[in-house]
Design a protein around this ligand. Structure first.
Ligand SMILES: [Zn+2]
Length: 152
């Protein structure tokens, strides 16, 4: 295994931006926010080491949140993805909570409520397919782990 000393992050992480292994994560403070970068360690043909950076975003995209205030969701940066939080599922859970709150408060206009119901029905239609996919994928991953021992 290569890439030791990667700043407190255990194991090899894959950069959500470029797909290369992440050597370390750096946070740069600008004002009151911290912006994160994935650091890649590249060996040049002449043997020298060159570091390149991929921007991962702030931990929370608060400027996006402002335009989505109705839904009260924290739009998470790529840093969250890197740390193993699947973003899509956390958006959906937070959305469910926010919608319920709006329904209970009676603040949701009728047309919007209908549109949302339609969209959610389409989404719900995917649940069975996703479960089936997960089952097949788990078998595939298990088989791969058995056959390959450890990859990277
Ligand atoms: Zn990258």
């Amino acid at each position: 295994m290569s890439g030791s000393g990667n700043g407190g992050f255990s194991g090899i992480r894959i950069c959500p931006r470029c797909g290369k292994p992440v050597w370390s994560i750096e946070g740069k403070r600008r004002g009151s926010k911290i912006y994160y970068y994935a650091v890649h360690r590249n060996i040049l043909p002449n043997g020298r080491v060159k570091f390149t950076y991929c921007y991962l975003g702030p931990r929370y995209y608060t400027y996006v949140k402002k335009t989505h205030q109705d839904y009260d969701i924290d739009f998470k940066g790529a840093i969250e993805e890197l740390e193993g939080f699947p973003r899509a599922s956390s958006y959906l859970s937070e959305l469910a909570v926010a919608l319920k709150r709006q329904v209970q408060a009676g603040t949701l206009p009728a047309r919007k409520a209908l549109e949302l119901a339609n969209a959610i029905e389409r989404l719900a239609g995917l649940a069975g397919e996703l479960r089936q996919y997960a089952e097949e994928k788990a078998k595939e991953e298990e088989a791969k782990a058995m056959a390959g021992g450890e990859e990277q």
